[in-house]
Structures are given as C-alpha cells and as structure tokens.
Write a protein that binds this ligand. Sequence first.
Ligand code: NAD
Ligand code: UDP
Length: 325
Amino acid sequence: MVLAKKALVTGAAGFLGSHLCRRLIADGYEVTGLDNLFTGTKSNIYDLLGNHRFSFVLHDVTQPFWGQFDEIYNLACPASPIHYQKNPVETIKSSVLGMMNMLDLALKTKARLLHTSTSEVYGDPLVHPQVETYWGNVNTIGIRSCYDEGKRCAETLCADYRREYGVDARMVRIFNTYGPNMHPKDGRVISNFIMQALSNEDITLFGDGSQTRSFQYCDDLVEAFRRYMTLDRDVIDAFVARHGLGAAVINTGNPGEYTIKQLAEETLRQIPESTSKLVYAPLPKDDPKRRKPDITLAKELLGWEPKVPLREGLAKTIEYFRRLA
Ligand code: NAD
Ligand code: UDP
C-alpha cells in the first residue's frame, strides 16, 4: 500500500487556504489545516471537516507547532489592508514568528516548504512590470508596513534558512488574487465592488480610480503552487543559480493590467440589474499606483501561465457572492 503524502496548510480556513486544501485532497494528500480563524471562517472548509483525509487544528502560527509532514504550505497572515491595519502588530508577528515556526518545523522534519509572499514586497514600484530581481520601494513605517515589511522579513528568513540550514523553502510572490471563498466583508477591491453592486450601494473608487492592478483567479494560483512543490530540489537549485536569484522566489499573477475604474465598470456590466453608481473616496496612504507581474520565471520553471481571464473569473466570483446573498 502506498502511504498518502502529508501536507500542512497554515491559513487553511482563509480564501486561498481553503482552495489549496481542497486541491491537495483531490491530489491524494492527507491534509492538516491550521488556522486561528482571525480572518478565515470554518464555512470555507465545512465540506472538508467530515473528510477522513482532512483534520483542522485551531492554532496560532506565532506559537510553535509540531507534526511530521512532507510538505508545508505557509499561508497564515491577514491579507486585506483593512484587516492587517486593524491589528498591525499581530500581522507582523504572524508573518515573522509564524515563518520562523514553520521553517523550524521544516528544518526538524526535512519537509519541503512553500511560503506565500506577496507583490507588496515591491511596495509602490518604480520598475514596471515587476521582476523578481527588483528590490522594491517600501515605506518602513507607514500603515501598510506591518504587512509589507513582515512579508519582506519572512522572505529573508526563507532565504537564510535555505542558505544556512539547507531548508527546502520556496516562495511565491502573489499578485492580487480573487475568487469564491473571499469573505464578503474582506475589504479587498473585488469583493467590495461585487458586494456593493449586488446590494445597489455606491461603488467606492479610492482616488481617481486610475491606479492599476493585475487580477489572478484563485484556481490558476493553486495550480502554480502544486507545480512548484512537485519539482525536485536540484531542479530548483539549478534554476536559482541560473538566474542569480539568491533564493527560490517567483512571481505568480495574471499580467492583464486594469485600472480600478475599469474593474468597477466591468463589475457593473456583469451585474446589469444593479443601480449602483461610481463614487470617489480618498486614496489610502501608500496605495501603490501601478502593479503588474512579470511572470517569465514562473513560465520557465513551472511551464505555467494563468488561464482564467478577468471577465471569466469575475463571473464565477459574482455567482458565488449571489449564492451567499
Ligand atoms: P485570508 O485572510 O482569507 O486568509 C488568511 C488566513 O490566515 C485566514 O484564515 C486567517 O484566519 C489565517 N491567519 C491569520 N493570522 C493567523 C495566525 N497568526 N495563525 C493562524 N492563522 C492565521 O487571505 P488570503 O487571500 O487567503 O491570503 C492567504 C495568504 O496569501 C496570505 O499569507 C497572504 O498574505 C498571501 N497573499 C494573498 C494575496 C491575495 O490577493 N489573495 C496576495 C498576496 C499574498
Ligand atoms: N480599492 C478601491 N475601492 C475599494 C477597495 C479598494 O478603489 O473599495 C482600491 C485600493 O485603493 C487599491 C486597489 O483597489 O488601489 C486594490 O485594493 P486591494 O485592497 O484589493 O488590494 P491591494 O491594495 O493590497 O493591492
């Protein structure tokens, strides 16, 4: 009998964690989902709770955790600006202490680890589109810093645990990702616009709506996670050396770039019965003006590129939020 591989997913009850757990189970894994339910909700994983290959652990990643796993996926961290800015100290602790605890676990158990970093490590970028070798333009003491700097420090930890202790740590810098299982009050732009349009409330464009983002559908991202984690370590090491990266890090995102106003207009186009109007509100501090991933490295390493265009992913997400209402 072949034993199932064991995976630990931190942040399992969150938007992305719940999709990843489902995918790992479909791929034959035994999955332990860890979460402190800060921004996640058990309703995202209700269907998994009765599955004999899934177990849920209520735990905070800032505390050490022990278990024997083949693969660790580290997702635990609030990701929406309104949430991470409400608890900035907890946010940076989740990133930094959580990362150390997961790297220590990977070190002791020789597990392979995938860490979810973010395009926020580039801050308000001065290089466009963003390539992995760009070091970023980040405020250390602003309202987004708890998230951005926490994630930057987590990357440093992954790089150093790899160099100093040989931990097999791989990182993805995720660009804005959306889809079903986002919390309706999550505060991120796609869930806000859809919820506002469905309830005929004003659609709040921050600033003049000319800032851009690139939106990736969740299934595309989970596919990238899985391809990355199936690669042997020597393949990753050769790739890191070939590209002079210093650590195993790749961007994952959909390079389609849209202004926030275009996103609002497309949302309204897909919810034609809505009577919502576009209104303008002040731009939050340190809000990046442009963002778009260069995914050349992910294409080369993973043979991957996103398949779901914004129009199609938005339709699926709207359908999900309609069912919730
Ligand atoms: P999410 O808020 O839905 O999920 C995060 C999960 O982590 C939640 O279930 C939350 O309860 C849990 N969590 C937070 N702090 C914790 C702690 N200290 N201990 C245990 N659990 C904790 O957000 P998401 O969009 O699913 O993001 C998942 C990961 O991907 C995050 O690390 C985020 O930074 C990263 N990421 C996401 C995006 C995106 O666009 N969705 C972009 C870049 C990076
Ligand atoms: N945004 C907006 N209205 C909203 C929520 C967000 O105009 O109701 C803008 C926000 O200012 C930012 C962009 O949409 O420029 C993406 O915001 P989000 O919080 O989703 O992600 P991030 O800023 O972390 O990329």
